[in-house]
Design a protein around this ligand. Structure first.
Ligand code: GDP
Ligand code: ZN
Length: 308
């Protein structure tokens, strides 16, 4: 019996890394997951036990308990879900303030999702080499805003190498999901960290014409023997499903912090008197764009949220 980590799945075959060895494994029988009806019982990041066959392949006999996992539902209303990845140590959202500009509400939705999934989030603002004047001022504002919310923020450039060492340190020894819209530099970063891999990068002009990436299964990319990233064209942000209204305020970390001083314990921070969150917003302590995102997510009429 061996133990290993699933680093890639393609249909019924799963690549499992055990020490320095890799095995192609199949599942023994069927597995069920407690909380989701899922179409794929196994995902990258899963810790498994397996037996080696005479041919040198493996039969997975047990999937160890997952500390977390992210899913994608077929549609908003679907009960069927696909587990995309599990046992993620952190989720890094890469975004840009220009070329192209990432809407900050997209960042905020991603952060809400990462809180809901209990996955620590890190923000990476890429393409600093292109920012001048107002954009640089804006970058400092955005950095302060997310710092106030409690997130590490790295400003970086794949092109001129700014803060790439910081990025390496933050990834070191962890399994990191790298998320972000197309064209912001994820593949370029991974190629820089992992020379020889040669992920295809997107020519932005092409991207705008041709539309979306095709969806594929996520794959773990090894940066060193205990550092991995998952880059999935299929995960732009990650899906927020079945989020209840009263949870939203918990997942905006600074709103949650401020809400301890609201008069009403069940304050929604939308219309109540003596609301500490609204007061902080009016005083400029809570950043306007964060409050707007909170408001928009809260007001979402079908109460279902998907970022991906
Ligand atoms: P992905 O879709 O997120 O994987 O983005 P890519 O890595 O394919 O990058 C999209 C485009 O942005 C490519 O043309 C890259 O060369 C370019 N790019 C990536 N990082 C930077 C950066 O730090 N500065 C500049 N100026 N361009 C970058
Ligand atoms: Zn309030």
């Amino acid at each position: 019996m061996k133990k290993g980590i699933v680093i890639k799945t393609t249909g019924s075959w799963h690549s499992v890394k055990s020490g320095d060895e890799k095995f192609q494994c199949r599942l023994k029988g069927t597995f069920r997951t407690k909380d989701v009806k899922n179409t794929n019982p196994i995902a990258v990041g899963d810790h498994v036990k397996f037996e080696v066959t005479e041919k040198g392949n493996g039969i997975i006999t047990e999937i160890l308990e997952r500390k977390n996992y992210i899913i994608r539902k077929a549609t908003n209303l679907s009960k069927e879900a696909q587990i995309l990845a599990s046992n993620i140590d952190q989720a890094a959202l890469m975004f840009t303030l220009d070329f192209p500009e990432t809407p900050l509400e997209f960042v905020d939705r991603f952060l809400v999702a990462s809180e809901a999934y209990h996955i620590p989030a890190v923000l990476m603002i890429n393409k600093t080499d292109l920012y001048t004047g107002d954009k640089l001022t804006r970058m400092e504002e955005v950095k302060d805003m997310y710092g106030f919310a409690g997130y590490p923020v790295i400003t970086m450039s794949v092109t001129n190498g700014q803060n790439i060492e910081k990025v390496r340190q933050i990834l070191k020894g962890k399994l990191t999901l790298i998320a972000g819209n197309s064209g912001i530099g994820k593949s370029s970063l991974i190629n820089l960290l992992c020379p020889g891999l040669n992920l295809k990068t997107t020519d932005i002009s092409w991207y705008h014409e041709a539309g979306k990436h095709t969806t594929t299964y996520p794959e773990m990319i090894e940066i060193d023997s205990n550092t991995y990233v998952i880059d999935s064209p299929g995960i732009r942000g990650f899906g927020l499903t079945d989020l209840k209204k009263n949870e939203i305020g918990l997942y905006f970390t600074e709103v949650f912090r401020l809400s301890k001083n609201c008069q009403f314990y069940n304050c929604t921070h939308i219309h109540e008197p003596n609301c500490a969150v609204i007061r902080a917003y009016e005083n400029g302590v809570l950043h306007e764009s964060r409050y707007r995102s909170y408001f928009n997510i809260f007001s979402d009429t079908d109460q279902k949220y998907r970022t991906g």
